[in-house]
Design a protein around this ligand. Structure first.
Ligand code: CA
Length: 220
């Protein structure tokens, strides 16, 4: 899960990034509205955490432009502005949710999960396919009811495939969801994670589509 964090307050931004990293999100952090606009052009994110009062470009104007361009990215506004007028303006500009500072990191994580889930069109919190069930909140995965131990990256990769289960996911799409800026990506790490997941979830659970990427198959 790759998240764009737009926040100019160094202390707060650092805390949010650290908290989300612990929860296994890949977080790209920018500190002004223009840098956010450029990041959104270049990368596919699962959600954006957006401060409103920002240098160079205000959060509301950035959000308005995004929505006018038809961008569907889930956006959660982080606002110090505790007036209902600001919240209404944010929601009207196309925000999906908001949190008023200061907020609890666990609440932020719960709201992020809900946003990403709704964006994927799923009403239930768990994702399932061919006997495999993944619960994003508890980070548990079961195979035919038995718990399966996955590493953080294996979990993130499985989550990505389950969220796009009728699609082929290319290697670069998978890498985008696994890594934030500056994180080391080995040349064959995606293949290693896929190999591990097949070993744990069944060899046919993930199919290789030659030249295109991966998609979910059937459990055996
Ligand atoms: Ca600010």
């Amino acid at each position: 899960m790759r998240i764009l964090l737009v926040e100019d307050d160094a202390l707060l931004g650092d805390g949010i990034r650290a908290g989300l990293k612990l929860a296994d999100y890949a977080v790209d952090w920018v500190r002004d509205g223009e840098a956010a606009r450029l990041a959104l052009l270049d990368h596919a994110y699962q959600a954006c955490l957006l401060d409103l009062g920002l240098p160079r470009r205000d959060g509301l104007s950035l959000l308005g432009d995004l929505r006018r361009q038809g961008h569907q990215l889930p956006v959660l506004i982080l606002t110090a502005r505790d007036t209902s007028a600001d919240k209404i303006a944010g929601l009207d500009a196309g925000a999906d949710d908001y949190l008023t500072k200061p907020f609890d990191l666990l609440e932020l994580q719960a709201r992020l999960r809900a946003l990403i889930r709704r964006a994927g069109g799923a009403a239930t919190p768990t994702l399932a396919h061919a006997g495999i069930v993944l619960d994003p909140a508890s980070k548990r995965v079961t195979r035919d009811g038995q718990e399966v131990a996955l590493s953080a990256r294996e979990f993130t990769l499985l989550h990505d495939l389950l969220r796009h289960k009728s699609h082929i996911r290319s290697r670069s799409q998978i890498e985008e969801s696994l890594y934030a800026w500056g994180e080391e990506t080995g040349s064959n790490t995606v293949e290693v994670y896929i190999h591990n997941l097949r070993r744990k979830l069944g060899v046919n659970f993930i199919r290789t589509v030659r030249g295109l990427g991966y998609r979910l198959g059937d459990a055996d």
